[in-house]
Design a protein around this ligand. Structure first.
Ligand SMILES: [Zn+2]
Length: 144
């Protein structure tokens, strides 16, 4: 079992003054972790039994729970809660974007069929990643 997961849970419980020796404490901490999972959270909070299993090492925590543990730990350490909830992904930038920038928008795929580029639109109407794709797609549609 991942020792650091158990230690992180214990540290979080200590910081939040939650007694994870009790079922009500396990329920409370499972709920706090569930809230931290944000958009990735399962439909219902994790059960205290699930958290108990994770603490005992008999249940492997899901990737979502592991991330929630990291996020809640970071939030407790004073990190901004939006940053704590965010996940790191590799992106390719053309503009001036500092490392660690929080991006709140969602990426979409360019609608020109042969183009495979995903991008973050500048506004809600942008569908092509650039003018060239838009021009090629207009030409394609016209000749159909
Ligand atoms: Zn494109």
């Amino acid at each position: 079992m991942d020792q650091s997961v158990t230690e992180s849970i214990q540290m979080i419980a200590e910081e939040l003054e939650i007694d994870i020796g009790s079922w009500s404490g396990k329920r409370e901490l499972a709920f706090q972790l569930w809230k931290m999972a944000g958009v990735n959270a399962p439909a219902r909070p994790w059960s205290p039994e699930y958290l108990h299993g994770v603490l005992k090492g008999s249940t492997a925590p899901s990737e979502i729970m592991k991330r929630a543990i990291q996020s809640l730990g970071a939030a407790i350490d004073g990190m901004d809660s939006d940053i704590a909830k965010a996940r790191a992904v590799e992106v390719f930038v053309l503009g001036d974007v500092r490392p660690g920038t929080l991006i709140k928008g969602a990426s979409i795929k360019c609608i020109y069929p042969p183009c495979k580029i995903n991008f973050i639109p500048r506004d809600s109407r942008q569908r092509y990643h650039d003018k060239k794709c838009r021009a090629k797609d207009y030409k394609r549609i016209k000749t159909q």
